[in-house]
Ligand binder design. Structure first.
Ligand SMILES: C[S@@+](CC[C@H](N)C(=O)[O-])C[C@H]1O[C@@H](n2cnc3c(N)ncnc32)[C@H](O)[C@@H]1O
Length: 266
């Protein structure tokens, strides 16, 4: 069999995992139950994108389309890509006021340079998806190739300091309210973790795959893919919002990190 010029980076297990999670994830997000997205990392990502009216945006690992819809609502023309056909089906069936400004495709983000886009993108976004990608370097290099010169990349990821290994690493003691950070494994790069989600608000459990990376590893990923990191943000909820979150951890330790990068001149 002839070798494929663009080998698949995500594997069947990744696709199956996200297909299995699609229904619960959609309920979580579209039901307004993902409070950290609504109040912490979501607003920070959108703010880091800046004014997007009239921009052409590619959202990689778009899932059920939350980021695409938010950007379209702000006037962008958005293409969302995801490996999960069931996530894309959920995204496509969401009724929005701006359907003509959003297009969804089932596609490995590492292959976006092969897409039949009729022009380059001004902005690539990755909303909580880079850590769910098996080879983010390949994805970022592909993203670099579909961006205009001076084009931007804005990504949100779980903060490397508190999501070092396995599940969420900051735990609050039920008895005295003290917050404990479970340390270890920070330098165990590119280790695959299967994370079991148990979210009573959704009334479901599901499993996803993620890879932990140190801050330095993230930095190198951007640099080696032709990007210069221009801004870093560590969003946290202020007092009022913090009281509405089921876990107050994000008010005390960094749980999310936003990277805003720009293509390096060739
Ligand atoms: C944590 S979810 C985030 C989804 C969405 N961005 C959001 O904010 O809800 C990660 C998504 O990345 C997708 N994904 C993982 N690897 C991918 C790849 N190589 N190419 C495209 N999508 C990928 C998964 O299917 C999943 O929908």
């Amino acid at each position: 069999m002839p070798a494929s010029p663009t080998p698949a980076v995500a594997d069947e297990m990744d696709r199956d995992c996200w297909n299995n999670a699609a229904q619960s994830w959609t309920t979580f997000v579209q039901g307004g139950l993902d409070l950290h997205r609504m109040f912490v990392h979501g607003p920070a990502l959108l703010q880091a994108c800046g004014e997007v009216g009239g921009l052409r945006v590619l959202d990689i690992g778009c899932g059920e389309g939350w980021c695409c819809r938010e950007l379209a609502r702000r006037g962008a023309r958005v293409v969302g890509v995801d490996i999960s056909d069931l996530m894309i089906a959920r995204a496509g069936s969401y009724s929005t006021d701006e359907p003509s400004r959003i297009e969804y495709r089932i596609m490995d983000a590492a292959h976006v340079q092969c897409g039949d886009w009729n022009c380059k993108f001004d902005l690539v976004t990755a909303c909580m998806s880079l850590h769910a990608m098996r080879d983010p370097g390949a994805v970022l290099r592909a993203a670099r190739r579909v961006l205009t010169e001076g084009g931007r990349l804005v990504c949100s990821v779980p903060h490397p300091f508190t999501h070092a290994q396995n599940d969420r690493q900051s735990k609050r003691c039920q008895v005295d309210g003290q917050l404990w950070l479970q340390a270890g494994g920070y330098f165990d790069e590119a280790k695959e973790h299967h994370v079991r989600w148990n979210v009573p608000r959704v009334g479901a459990t599901w499993t996803t795959i993620r890879w932990s990376r140190s801050l330095e590893a993230y930095w190198r990923l951007f640099a080696n893919s032709g990007f210069v990191v221009r801004d870093l943000r560590e969003p946290f909820p202020d007092g009022d919002v913090a009281t509405r979150l089921p876990s107050r951890n994000s008010a005390d330790v960094p749980e999310y990190l936003i990277f805003a990068a720009q293509t390096e001149p060739c």
